[in-house]
Ligand binder design. Structure first.
Ligand code: ADP
Ligand code: NA
Length: 337
């Protein structure tokens, strides 16, 4: 099989929570570890996308570094994967403009101009690196469809036949659905809502940097029901708090033998809710132990660590720029620039 090029991005919007970890980042790390040596991986901290929410320069600087720290903490390896800030690779913005000249506006909704062109920048992110596989949640599938449409529009607008002796400029990327291998993690304080960074309730979410005491306290206070003292059956409609704990427990269940929340409910049928909370807290504490320790190390405020982080930034930038420029040379040539 031909080598895969895997691309995914995440906005620099604070330390990832358990939902981000189980729903995306842990799977990025698993993909990295399962990749064939000839596969390439790109993980971008998409700071240009983050500009659609105007904020504060110091905060963005801090958030970018914090997300880099988080990606290293969850086990992405800068020698194996290109980990880079989107804005450090100017070809992303260049390709966005070029694609916007041939994209159809049907899919885009006219809000703020930045949001209007958001899907085009996302298409540029993916196409720039000739990505073949893009791991995303189901909320992003439509954007991927739009990226494929951008390929078709670009090739046809610039009369680049897809069956010429020259290979076409862009590849059609394929979606890898992250939802099929994980469940949505719900808020600990209101299990009818998803765990989200925009939720102001602090104890509704567990951060990958939370220490053991904080993790245990948050899970202990998680909202479940008092209808029954036992786990009983998996019922995400009537007992969403219990189902959520089962899903979290499932997310940390052993490597290749990942269990489902439903299977765990069956195993733990007669367990008390307090027992379930303890089991879940144990699993989260253990499952995040290494991440937490690495987060601390990569976040250290020492000159030595800062120099190491700058070096890691340089490695990622260099690799992403090389890949980007290979594509852009062909794009510019094809359109007369
Ligand atoms: P948030 O919803 O907290 O703002 P993002 O939208 O930035 O998070 O999502 C980053 C990644 O984490 C996406 O791949 C998204 O699908 C995943 N994700 C976010 N929240 C959850 C959750 N509660 N459960 C599972 N995956 C999630
Ligand atoms: Na979101």
């Amino acid at each position: 099989p031909s080598p895969k090029i895997i691309f995914s991005g995440i906005q620099p919007t604070g330390v990832p929570h358990l939902g981000n970890y189980l729903g995306a980042l842990k799977q990025w790390k698993d993909m990295q570890d399962a990749a064939h040596p000839s596969d390439k991986l790109f993980f971008s901290i998409v700071d240009l996308h983050a500009l659609t929410i105007p904020g504060n320069a110091d905060k963005l600087r801090r958030n970018r570094r914090e997300m880099l720290t988080s990606l290293l903490a969850i086990g992405l390896d800068p020698e194996r994967s290109a980990i880079f800030y989107q804005s450090s690779v100017s070809q992303h913005a260049e390709l966005q403009w070029i694609l916007s000249c041939t994209a159809s506006t049907g899919y885009l909704s006219p809000l703020k101009h930045g949001l209007f062109s958001y899907p085009i920048l996302q298409a540029a992110d993916i196409l720039l690196h000739q990505s073949t596989h893009v791991p995303v949640g189901s909320d992003q599938k439509q954007h991927l469809e739009f990226a494929r449409e951008c390929v078709t529009n670009f090739h046809s607008s610039w009369s680049i036949p897809s069956s010429s002796s020259r290979p076409p400029i862009f590849r059609y990327p394929q979606t890898i659905s992250l939802d099929s291998s994980s469940s949505r993690i719900m808020s600990l304080s209101d299990p009818t809502k998803k765990m989200s960074k925009s939720d102001p309730v602090e104890k509704s979410k567990i951060f990958i940097s939370d220490d053991e005491g904080v993790i245990r306290a948050k899970i202990k206070s998680a909202l479940t029901d008092s209808v029954s003292k036992f786990v009983g059956e998996y019922d995400s409609v009537n007992r969403p708090g219990v189902a959520n704990l089962l899903e979290i427990l499932a997310g940390f269940s052993g490597g290749g033998e990942r269990k489902t929340g439903r299977e765990l409910a069956e195993e733990l049928k007669g367990e008390s809710l307090l027992g379930l909370k303890t089991l879940t807290a144990d699993a989260v504490v253990k499952g995040l132990a290494e991440v937490r320790e690495k987060f601390r190390q990569f976040g250290e405020d020492t000159e030595q660590n800062k120099a190491r982080m700058r070096e890691i930034e340089d490695i990622g930038t260099r690799r992403a720029r090389e890949s980007a420029e290979r594509t852009m040379e062909r794009v510019r040539e094809a359109i007369g620039l």
